[in-house]
Ligand binder design. Sequence first.
Ligand SMILES: [Zn+2]
Length: 365
Amino acid sequence: MMAPVQVGTAHSQPGKLVYGRFETVALPTGESDYLPVIIAQGQAGGGPVLWLTASIHGNEYDGVAVIHRLVTPDLLPNLTGTVVAIPTLNPAGLRTGQRSPYYLRGKDPNRLFPTSPNLTRSPRVPYQPALELAYARLFERIDATADYLLDLHDYGIRAMPFVFRDPVLYREARDRPRAEKLQHTVGEMLDALGLTVVNEYPSAEYLKLNLHRTVSGATLNAARIPAATIEIGGQHAFNGANITAVTSSIRNMMRWGGMLPGPPEPVEHIPIFRPGYPLQRTTHPRAPTACIVQHVVQPGDQVQAGDPVAHLADIYGRPVGTPDGLLRTEQAGIVLGFFPGIAFYPNDSILGMAVRGTDNMVIRV
Ligand SMILES: [Zn+2]
């Protein structure tokens, strides 16, 4: 007997695709915002429950497209288990093309998911925005039903697809074996996805930036459910080849999880780096002075220390920073993506990069 899965008004039905809504923030003009919910369930009993969530940043569209391509009636005949898909966690931001919903006033919605009291000593803030309370209700459904979660994002204005791997945090020494087991399962899941894996910031910065309160960070660290963030392409656009590749990679992850039959399908037309050592996110290099930037590398390029990555000029087009205007990376790594605009201020980051990092992703806090 298949366990029924209920999220908002969507109630799973064996062999069917059902649609519903999960109410979030009451609106002063009446009614309320809601999250669209799709539940696809295989006909046969049993099987895992995979959550796919997208567009918590409203200007990130590729995850919507991945869900629209993947979670269709065509999925049902071969499906074992259940897919719960939420094409947008931020409908207000999607409508306005903004990262944050207008009623969150500039705060990042992907830092509002619950934290475990076991992990942080900071007292709870007395004031919680309505959206934070709604996400807490949604998180209760994730916690109760999910076996795996993938949260879909876009990175910068142009980017190669990659996966962010969150650290698993633990507090008591006796919890370490379970934390290691959880991170091991995450590793298998990431191997099955087959995309480039980039580790999140090391522990202190991870907590300081509230990354344990992202959708994937909270699912992993508060609910202890394998989860990851997939960065698909650049923001404000559909990036077709990246969408196709990531849709294939998620189907491969589902094959690993026993949710789809058959061998892995090829994941094509995107750069994939598996260098044999861990990669870690960084932003580098930085603008030495105010400037207009023209990149001389592309997302997916591999660079060595000393390679030029951008040409810097003043508004008259004259080189700045160095005599030839070429900004060179001090670190070897992979160009993940570009940040918006051409006008940069002193010390602004020019590139998102992946560089050689630590493989210690099970961290005592
Ligand atoms: Zn995002």
